[in-house]
Design a binder for this molecule. Structure first.
Ligand code: 5GP
Length: 209
């Protein structure tokens, strides 16, 4: 039974190489939720296999900066030399539709979302160890060694910022991590501040029958 019509905004963050995208895919494979992924915009060049409009909207720096000026991002940040941002209109439309909107963004952007939309649920996905992170980045092989070391340094800083999140989930196993996130989302839906009004309205409607 759904007691609130507005969708839930879920922010997933975590250091580069922690496996956010894999956890997100496991989450989306579930049938008992209405998850929608908010596709971000970036000035980074597409990696092999990445599709415009699916993985990201790939745009020029000029276009990105115009959109910043027009206030069209819910949040944006620069990450290892490239801009990344969440288009505002799309998120608002999906939330109004009652979807569970998932953002997969870095820490600075997540803190902007928290300030603008305090009702968002912020989940930090953490690696079981630094070695796990390093191995994953090298195995993935999508970046040069120099960029990998920049990303690892950034990861170290990001881990210290996890305190700004509502929850931390360690990605020791993808299915376990996805299950823990689903449990968090179910609990968040049951929060009184989200669902009590809907419940009282339901009681009222039923009492007239
Ligand atoms: P990648 O280049 O590996 O795809 O992403 C680099 C980092 O940028 C990741 O931590 C990813 O979660 C983050 N990111 C992706 N989209 C956005 C966005 O729209 N806003 C922000 N702030 N970060 C993003």
């Amino acid at each position: 039974m759904k007691l609130n019509q507005q969708g839930l905004l879920i922010v997933l963050s975590g250091p580069s190489g922690v496996g956010k995208a894999t956890v997100r895919q496991a989450l989306f494979n579930t049938k008992d939720h209405n998850f929608t992924y908010s596709v971000s915009m970036t000035t980074r060049k597409p990696r092999a296999g990445e599709v415009d409009g699916v993985d990201y909207y790939f745009v020029s720096e000029e276009e990105f900066e115009n959109r910043i000026k027009q206030g069209r991002f819910l949040e944006f940040a620069k990450f290892v030399g490239n801009f990344y941002g969440t288009p505002m209109e799309e998120v608002q439309r999906l939330l109004a539709n009652g979807d569970e909107v998932v953002l997969e963004i870095e820490v600075e952007g997540a803190m902007q979302v928290k300030a603008k939309m305090p009702d968002a649920v912020l989940i930090f996905i953490a690696p079981p160890s630094y070695d796990a992170l390093k191995n994953r980045l090298f195995r993935r092989g999508t970046e040069s060694e120099e960029i990998i070391y920049e990303r690892l340094e950034k990861a170290h800083r990001e881990l210290t910022l996890a305190a700004g999140y509502d929850y931390i989930v360690i990605n020791d196993d993808v299915e376990n991590a996805a299950d823990r996130i689903k449990a968090i989302i179910r609990a968040e839906h049951a929060r009184c501040r989200r669902s009590l009004n809907g419940y009282l309205q339901l009681l009222e409607e039923n009492s007239h029958e």
